[in-house]
Design a protein around this ligand. Sequence first.
Ligand code: PLP
Ligand code: COI
Length: 351
Amino acid sequence: MNTTIDIQKTSTSTISEVDFNNLPFGQVISDHMYVCDYKNGKWQQPKILPYQNFSLDPSARIFHYGQSVFEGMKAYKDNDEQIWLFRPLENQKRINISSGRLVMPAFPENYFMDGLTTLLKLESDWIPKTKGSSLYIRPFIFATGTGFHASPADAYKFVICCSPSGPYFSGKVKVYIEEKYSRSANGGVGFAKAGGNYAGQFYPTQLAKERGYQQVIWTDDNTHEYIEEAGAMNVFVRIGNTLITSPISDRILDGITRKSVIDIAKDENISVEIRKITVSELVEASNNGSLKEMFGAGTAAVISPIHGFGYREKDYDLPDLENSYASRFKKRITDIQYNRAEDKFGWRYKV
Ligand code: PLP
Ligand code: COI
């Protein structure tokens, strides 16, 4: 490590209040956070501080123009108490791609990786060992620079917080294929992990939830004929024995779990097609029985089987398969993440 980090430890840990056998997703926050400010054209000395509130000027541009990007990662603990990350440099690169789209400064790789690993070592006891749980890690950057002029801020804050978490979804996942609202558009911000992309999804997702669905599957904003991704995950479809996923574009997040599923499928000689998928193809495959599986892939959601989809007032159910592709991918990925199996891809990263 070559980054100097000023570390201030908490004197009042809250860990004894946490029920590690019953963790929600993203609600419980660990004792410390990593913080680094950008001002006068450069990133300042990073710090680890007790988790606490920020004080911000009401004219800070995050409040007005939404300059904010984030990442989602997880830390895992194996039986020997060793801490592991999964492809963390992909997140490090992606936060800078997201920042670039919002005219925010890139965060240096060594500040990101050294801050992250130092924080995880300090928060080691917060990494759950209960099955299906992990330490969800949330790096984010937002504009602290002030003034109402609608232009990029001159000051930012980079933060990493950690949350011991259980599964993202509880129960079976049903999705609604959306044709009226769009998540993103050509030339827009869809490929970036920008806070505003998520705020814009809340209203159509709320409408879908009122009708019994957990997530929306977004279609392309132009024709609404092609399925793209879900609110917090990329989507895979299995027709016959072929796995299909939409190509990434400037409307779709380039998911790390998605890339990993594609590589594992190739490794298992499963035929994979990266191509556009029409909703009518999906409906037809469901009607003729060749639609075997749909599942979402993402850091928070891991691999989440989709049990059915709604489209134009009609519901389509998916079969419950033994030895599904989804369960195979989930096992391969989590075995690598928790250091339970060989990692031939070199994805595991020891903290
Ligand atoms: N798509 C969206 C919109 C997401 O928010 C996420 C979650 O991070 C993903 C896809 C999956 O990406 P990853 O596998 O890198 O977590
Ligand atoms: C993740 O999978 O890490 C995400 O960012 C999804 C999130 C919006 C909870």
